[in-house]
Structures are given as C-alpha cells and as structure tokens.
Design a protein around this ligand. Structure first.
Ligand code: FES
Length: 403
C-alpha cells in the first residue's frame, strides 16, 4: 500500500523518468558542459596560444607573420575585418622578463584567415622601434606566443556607415584596410571605397599587388590614391608627392554620390593622425563621419625630472616603486620596469589597463574615449593614455598568472 505522500512524489517524478528513458532510447549523449559557455570560450577566448606558421617579407622594413593555433586541433577565434589582436611578445634574451603586449591589426580577411586557420599580422620595424624590432629578430616559424581574442571597433557596419568610404592610411596603418577592402568587396554589395595610401618610400606601399588586383577586378567600387612623402623616385606615374592634404581628401570624397554621405576611416602613426586631422577639419565633416584607429603613442618629449610611481596590484599585499619619465605614458613606464599590465588598445578605449589613481596627478594629451565619468569619480584612470604630472600611487589589476 503506497501512502498518499509517496504517491504524490511518484506523480511528480514519473514524467521525468519517462522523459529520461525516451532520451536514452534516441542514443543522444548529454554534452559534458553547457554549450553557451563553450561557444563563448570559442568566440572570445581569454587567451589564444599561437605560433608562427610562415613569414612574408612585404617591404624592406615590414613582414607579415601568419599565426596559427599551437594546438593543431583548435581553431582561431573569428573576427570582423578591421579587428586587432593583442600579442604578448617575450624577450628571448631575458626569459625572466615579463612579455610585453602590443596590438596589431589583422591584415588578412576573415575568409582568408578561416581558410588557412591563421591570422596575418603585419609588423613594421623602424630604427628605435622597441617591440617591432624584437619581433623581427626573434619570430621564426615555430615560435609560440599568447594573444588575446580579436578586438576593436574599426569595422565597417552597413547599417551605420556610409555607402562610400574613404580609407586613409599612413605607412603600416594600411594593415586593417587590406582586410576591410577585401572583405567589403566580397561581402558588402553597393559600397564603394577610395583608399588613400601614404608612404615615406616608394617600396613601402604595402600590399601593392593586392590593391592593384582589386582595382582591376572592381574598378567601379575600388580606387586607390598613392601619396609619397619621401624624395625617392615613385614607381607609379599617378603617385602624388607630399602629404595627404585637404585637396586629396576632397577629391576622394567627391567620388561618392552627391546626395549620399562619405565616411572617413583613418589609421596611421601619431604624426600622420595629427596632420590628417587638421586637413579633415577643413572639410567640415560631422565627427560621426570620421573613425580613427590609433594604437597610441608612447608619450611626448619632456625635460622634467622623473616621477616615482608606487604600484599596488589589486587583491595583493605587495607593492613596487618604479620611475616614470613625465614624457612617457604610465603604461610604458610600467612595461619598461618589467611589470605585466593587461592592455589592449593602448589609446584609452578598451579599458583593459584601467587602474586606480590613489594619489598624484596625471594628464591626458588626448582624452581617453573609454573613460566614463563614473570611472573618473571613482578615481579610475587609463595608464595607456596618461602622462604623469607628479609622483603617483596607483593600483592596477593583477594579470592572470598564465599567459
Ligand atoms: S589598453 Fe585599452 S584602455 Fe588602456
């Protein structure tokens, strides 16, 4: 005889047993973990472990590195054209030293990357370049490194952006545009592109063959204007001499339909941004029509004495004191001192390096776009965009132990 309470329990449990029996009969195996976190980890992994698969020499100063997953069974995280990777570059001469993080735009298109299961990052090394020189010297096929998932907002969105875009590139700032041009021409119909490509030497017009190929295959949708600032002989008759001026920008803008807006995308070194910003201002474009990708400078020359910076890691008891040059960003000072600091954009936009300023003053040569009013009120600041104005006491996030 089953008691009333037991009968009640049986009535509740019976359908569950029945359902389990039916599922078993189908042969369906329950996944070991929920598919939502697995999908999140595949699309936005905290770290990707990559290795150099092959290297292409693009110019005397520039190489493209194809980075594949170290584990041949895994896949690179997907990305939108125009995204960048933050790559941790180790010091092979000092294995004790913390790897330094640098953002590099992905120069192959998402289709090309998926087909080869590899990101292409194009690195230009110039005299005095600290990390790029280290990459050129030490990255060989088989060398491993950690990287972030693809990040950034320098992407083309058909719903938001104009049907005619002018891409303005200085030197290696053309890297995201190679990906964007290839991707837009393949996947976004009815959008036309004018690329203004500036270089300091005739043999530094990167991806020349690809751009020529696209100009031939899509003459109505893609056109390139090359601008050479150096003194050497230009390889193409059509190449302009000097800098990217307002008259060249106007000519590019006029390629769009008269009744439709044009959007400008700018990427290049800080000096080029400064010059082009003034020239674009002459065109009186609304700010929302201008997008910029700037990986941030390391600071500006200063003859003031160094400041001391006491660094505390959140959640830890220890602290270190380092010296910071008032002419360099606080992030660069931390990295020079060998401290690992999470970073991504290096322009104050992504918030990865966000820290708390417990004492002292900093200044921002360019206001960081990702620093909200609430952050400022809470004493937070972005070391990648801040120059020290006095001795500082700061707290930064502790980097995950494993890179
Ligand atoms: S690295 Fe992105 S805000 Fe500092």
């Amino acid at each position: 005889m089953i008691s009333g309470r037991k009968m009640q329990r049986w009535r509740i449990a019976a359908p569950l047993f029945q359902r389990t029996r039916m599922i078993r009969r189908t042969g369906f195996a329950k996944p070991a973990e929920s598919s939502i976190p697995a999908l999140r980890d595949a699309v936005h992994p905290v770290r990707q472990h990559l290795m150099v698969a092959r290297i292409v020499e693009e110019s005397p100063s520039t190489k493209t590195y194809y980075l594949k997953p170290s584990d041949p069974e895994s896949w690179i995280a997907p990305f939108q054209a125009g995204a960048y990777l933050s790559v941790y570059v180790a010091d092979v001469d000092d294995t004790e030293a913390a790897p330094i993080c640098r953002p590099y735009s992905i120069s192959n298109t998402p289709d090309e990357a998926q087909a080869e299961n590899a990101y292409a990052v194009t690195v230009r090394s110039q005299p005095g370049s600290f990390i790029a020189e280290r990459i050129h010297r030490t990255w060989q096929p088989g060398v491993s490194m950690a990287a972030s998932d693809p990040q950034g907002f320098f992407t083309y969105e058909a719903l938001r952006d104009a049907a005619h875009v002018v891409f303005i590139a200085g030197g290696s700032g053309v890297t995201p545009f190679r990906s964007l041009v290839g991707d837009i021409l393949t996947h976004v119909p009815d959008v036309s592109i004018t690329l203004i490509q500036g270089a300091s030497a005739a043999d530094e017009f990167l991806f020349d063959e690809d751009f020529q190929k696209w100009e031939k295959s899509e003459p109505a949708r893609f056109r390139r204007i090359t601008v050479l600032s150096g003194d050497d002989e230009a390889t193409a008759e059509t190449t302009r001499r000097g800098f990217i001026t307002a008259s060249i920008l106007t000519e590019a803008q006029d390629r769009g339909k008269a009744d439709q807006p044009t959007d400008f995308f700018v990427c290049g070194p800080p000096a080029m941004h400064e010059f082009v910003n003034q020239e674009i201002a002459a065109l009186s474009r609304p700010p929302r029509r201008i997008r910029r990708e700037d990986y941030g400078g390391s600071g500006k020359p200063s003859n003031k004495p160094p400041c001391s910076v006491v660094v505390r890691y959140s959640g830890r008891d220890d602290e270190v004191t380092i010296q910071a040059d008032p002419g360099e960003t606080v992030l660069v000072a931390l990295e020079r001192a060998g401290l690992i600091v999470p970073s991504g954009c290096r322009t104050g936009a992504c918030g990865l390096c966000r820290g708390r300023l417990l004492d002292g003053k900093v200044e921002y040569p360019a206001p960081p776009s990702g620093l909200r009013k609430a952050d400022e009120l809470g004493g937070y600041f972005h070391p990648c965009a801040a120059l020290p104005l006095s001795d500082l006491v700061m707290e930064i996030p502790a980097e995950p132990a494993e890179l």
